[in-house]
Design a protein around this ligand. Structure first.
Ligand SMILES: Cc1cc2nc3c(=O)[nH]c(=O)nc-3n(C[C@H](O)[C@H](O)[C@H](O)COP(=O)(O)OP(=O)(O)OC[C@H]3O[C@@H](n4cnc5c(N)ncnc54)[C@H](O)[C@@H]3O)c2cc1C
Length: 394
């Protein structure tokens, strides 16, 4: 090995889930490393230009998601522009029909994430790829990583897989499932034909399919995102569509290349559902409105008002592998439940729970599978997270 280091907790992947996990573990007194293959924190939310922080509420004026998920929503606006929607600036359970969501500037969110993680004392390893887990029997004892310094070994007493693709869990031998993805490409655009007010966000435009598959080009297969050629084929197909859009607009005279052109492209493939773990207690379609054993918090349904889900701790625990938790869009959620759970607020919430559970596991010298729900829930409640439907009056 070219280099080595040791921590209490390592988080693989610096998207919103990984950032939340690292923040919570560090604030709980752990030495924490966060390994991120790009040089930007935020994952799909920033590198992927997904600039809508979906709602923390149920669509009926009731906030349901709390804790670091709410803190990150505020941080996404810290370096401008934009504001918290008027009805949500103070207090809870407002008679507020508009949802508690914001549109943010990805670059500003990165600045605020750097700041928060540095303040918490997290050791960042940017431009560093998690190459493979290191196993000690059935326990993940560390990660082999690659960067310009060569190949290194980072050891930890507990590891959080927040890669979005369950890379650590899968390579350690945990059972996983894959999803199928519609082709989408969200980009930022300069549109000089529109009067742009001061403080306006860059204009977001997209080509390809919407989140439900409408507009999917007939000749493009639905890729899982985890096969060797998938990312390449997906992003090249998206950029081909984008070129067609500009060519058509310029040829028809609807726009010209001096006023309408792309400003920024996502630097990661915009796959929604790639690989997730299969746990003993995952989220399944139709389980909204139900009490779950060991809930770690609540998520609303970004698509419609009403449904609220308790997220069970078990959905973060891979089978057959010890010493490992999973957070974000690769936690165990199936079908419709995956569509609800894969977005920014549940990713941050599950990250916070994974960070808290990792800290409890390290303190007790046990695997995350052996962490008792009682102390974990007490820890999260102390942090202001509301865990059950009853706690938000449902
Ligand atoms: C087209 C599209 C539109 C969307 N729209 C919205 C929306 O409007 N609002 C919303 O809330 N959500 C939306 N989502 C979903 C949302 O953006 C993500 O699902 C969410 O941000 C997931 O966060 P995460 O931290 O779990 O994963 P990711 O954001 O995928 O983060 C994973 C991180 O891990 C890193 N990583 C991966 N593998 C490795 C490795 N081997 N070594 C080191 N680092 C690694 C990645 O670089 C990345 O930074 C959308 C998604 C897509 C694709």
């Amino acid at each position: 090995m070219d280099f080595q280091a040791e921590y209490d907790v390592i988080v693989a992947g610096g998207g919103v889930a990984g950032a939340a996990a690292a923040l919570e573990a560090a604030r709980s007194g752990m030495s924490v490393a966060l390994v991120e293959k790009t040089v930007l924190l935020g994952g799909l939310a920033t590198t992927g230009l997904v600039l809508v922080y979906l709602p923390l509420c149920d669509g009926n004026g009731r906030q349901v998601t709390f804790g670091i998920a709410e803190e990150l929503l505020h941080l996404s606006l810290r370096y401008g522009p934009g504001n918290i929607p008027a009805g949500w600036r103070s207090g809870r359970q407002l008679d507020e029909p508009g949802r508690y969501r914001v549109v943010f500037n990805p670059a500003s969110f990165v600045l605020a994430l750097d700041e928060a993680l540095e303040e918490a004392g997290v050791e960042l390893w940017l431009d560093t790829l998690m190459a493979c887990p290191v196993l000690d029997g059935g326990r993940v004892a560390g990660l082999e990583v690659e960067n310009k310094g060569g190949r290194g070994l980072l050891r930890a007493r507990c590891i959080v897989d927040a890669t979005g693709d369950a890379d650590v869990a899968y390579r350690a031998g945990a059972p996983c499932q894959t999803g199928r993805n519609w082709l989408s490409l969200w980009v930022l655009e300069v549109d000089g034909s529109a009067e742009t007010p001061a403080g306006a966000l860059p204009k977001m435009t997209w080509v390809g399919a919407n989140a439900h598959g409408g507009g999917q080009p007939a000749d493009i297969p639905r890729l899982t995102g985890v096969e060797p050629r998938d990312a390449t084929e997906f992003v090249l197909a998206g950029r081909r569509l984008l070129r067609h859009r500009y060519r058509d607009l310029y040829a028809s005279g609807a726009a010209d290349r001096e006023t309408l052109f792309p400003a920024a492209l996502p630097a990661m493939a915009q796959f929604r559902t790639t690989r997730r773990i299969v746990s003993r207690d995952g989220l399944r379609p139709g389980q909204d409105g139900r009490a779950r054993e060991a809930s770690i918090g609540l998520m609303g349904d970004w698509r419609k008002a009403g449904p609220v889900w308790e997220i069970p701790y078990g959905a973060l625990l891979p089978q057959r592998v010890d010493g490992l938790l999973v957070a974000g869009r690769c936690l165990d959620a199936e079908g419709d439940a995956w569509d609800v759970a894969r977005v920014i607020p549940p990713a941050a919430l599950s990250g916070q729970a994974a960070g808290a559970a990792a800290a409890l596991a390290v303190r007790a010298g046990v695997s995350p599978q052996a962490v008792d729900a009682g102390p974990l829930q007490a820890h999260l409640r102390d942090r202001g997270v509301r865990l059950t439907l009853g706690e938000v009056g449902l």
